[in-house]
Write a protein that binds this ligand. Structure first.
Ligand SMILES: [Zn+2]
Length: 75
């Protein structure tokens, strides 16, 4: 099956995020408008950044906190 609407390159499964669903309109680092190729998911929401570098910085922080949370189980 070939889908002619699928024009974006799919490299790492991030293409199902839609900028229309993005919570924020500007990058938290720079204040610039978010870009469709710089989205990620946070706590079930789509959040955006001005470029993939800003997104990767955020993703690294989220991964770090999730890892910390995983070892700190509430009793
Ligand atoms: Zn940015």
């Amino acid at each position: 099956m070939h889908n002619p609407k699928q024009v974006f390159s799919e490299t790492d499964g991030m293409t199902d995020l839609d900028i229309a669903d993005c919570l924020n309109e500007t990058c938290p680092w720079s204040g610039k408008p978010v870009q469709a190729d710089s989205l990620t998911e946070y706590d079930g929401h789509v959040v955006g950044f001005c470029n993939p570098g800003c997104r990767d910085t955020f993703e690294a922080a989220v991964r770090h906190f999730k890892a910390a949370k995983a070892v700190r189980v509430d009793r």
